[in-house]
Unconditional design. Structure first.
Ligand code: DGI
Ligand code: FE
Ligand code: FE
Length: 187
C-alpha cells in the first residue's frame, strides 16, 4: 500500500516537486519520532501533502468543497492545493484518517488548534533540506526543541513576505499565529 502510494506520487508530480516531497517525508518522520507521533501517519501525510500542487484551476475546483472561507480566496491556486489534496486523498486514494487529511488540507495556511501531526507537516514543508532562505537553519534547530516556537518564527517570516509583496493574507494564517502564541504562553 505504501509502495503504491509512493509510485502514484512519483508518477503524478514533476521530479523537482517529488524531490521536495521526499524531503518533507524525511523531516516529518524525524519530527514524528521527536514528538511521539505515529511515524507511518506522518509519512503518508507528508507524501501526499502536495499531491494537488500541479493541478489546473479546473481540477482544483473539482476537488475543493464549497468551504465558506475559500469562496473569497478561490481564485488563488496556491491556497487551494491543500484543500483539493485532502479531498483527492480521500476520494481517489482511500485515505480515511481525518488527522492525515487535515494535515494535507491545512499544510499551506494552517488553522487555529492544529494537532501535532498538522504542525509537523506544516513545519516539515517549510524546512525540508532543499528549502533555502535566511534563518532556515534557526527554524530547523527550533523545530527540535519547540515546534510552536519554530512555527511562530516561520509564520512571522511568511507574513512579513506577504506584506512586502502586498498579497492577501488568509485569515487561517493569522488564526494559526494567534493560537500558537497562546499555546507558547501556556508552556
Ligand atoms: O506547496 P509548497 O510550495 O511546498 O508550499 P506551501 O503549500 O506552503 O505553499 C506556499 C505558498 O503559499 C507560498 O507561495 C505562499 C502561499 N501562502 C501561504 N499562506 C498564504 C499564502 N499566500 C497568500 N496570499 N496568503 C496566505 O495567507
Ligand atoms: Fe504545498
Ligand atoms: Fe510542499
Amino acid at each position: 500500500m505504501l509502495n503504491q502510494l509512493y509510485a502514484h506520487v512519483k508518477k503524478t508530480l514533476p521530479p523537482k516537486r517529488y524531490q521536495h516531497t521526499l524531503g518533507v517525508v524525511k523531516v516529518a518522520i524525524s519530527l514524528a519520532k521527536q514528538y511521539n507521533v505515529n511515524e507511518h501517519r506522518a509519512e503518508i501525510a507528508a507524501l501526499l501533502h502536495d499531491i494537488s500542487k500541479c493541478m489546473t484551476m479546473k481540477e482544483l475546483h473539482f476537488y475543493v468543497d464549497s468551504d465558506e472561507t475559500l469562496k473569497y480566496y478561490g481564485t488563488m491556486g496556491e491556497l487551494l492545493h491543500g484543500f483539493a489534496g485532502s479531498v483527492y486523498a480521500k476520494q481517489e486514494l482511500k485515505i480515511y484518517d481525518v488527522d492525515i487529511l487535515n494535515a494535507i488540507k491545512y499544510h499551506t495556511i494552517g488553522r487555529r488548534g492544529m494537532t501535532i501531526l498538522e504542525k509537523i507537516i506544516y513545519l516539515s514543508d517549510a524546512i525540508e533540506p532543499s528549502r533555502n532562505y535566511p534563518n532556515v537553519d534557526l527554524i530547523r534547530e527550533k523545530a527540535i526543541t519547540c515546534i510552536n516556537e519554530a512555527i511562530l518564527f516561520e509564520v512571522d517570516k511568511k507574513l512579513k513576505h506577504l506584506l512586502d509583496i502586498n498579497a492577501t493574507i488568509h485569515p487561517n494564517t493569522v488564526d494559526m499565529r494567534n493560537c500558537i502564541i497562546g499555546e507558547i504562553g501556556k508552556n
